[in-house]
Design a protein. Structure first.
Length: 102
């Protein structure tokens, strides 16, 4: 599948499948090897409200669970393998002030 089309479809998917407590999901997608390919690297940033409990606790287990769900969902819907190579959580106000970085 074309990478631009895949990015658009994943963005739409994330709008309806966000984990509870997450306001938005930002991601980048890079092909694994030469295109065309069915495997991509993905970096994910979960945007959460400023008062989110995810900002005050160790969220590694939460993110690992969310990432696994994302991998399975993308594989199921788009027959595309995703290798998540980075993941993080960002508060909404920081994201709003630094959108140019994402």
């Amino acid at each position: 599948m074309d990478i631009l089309k895949l990015k658009k479809l994943i963005s739409k998917l994330f709008q309806v499948t966000k984990p509870q407590g997450v306001t938005d999901i930002k991601f980048n997608l890079d092909p694994f090897g030469k295109e065309p390919t069915d495997t991509y690297y993905m970096g994910i940033t979960y945007i959460v409200p400023d008062d989110s409990p995810f900002l005050k606790k160790n969220t590694v287990e939460d993110r690992m669970s969310w990432n696994e769900e994302i991998r399975k969902t993308i594989k199921g819907y788009f027959n595309t393998k995703i290798i998540i190579n980075s993941t993080g959580i960002c508060q909404q106000s920081y994201y709003n002030n630094n959108k140019h970085l994402y």
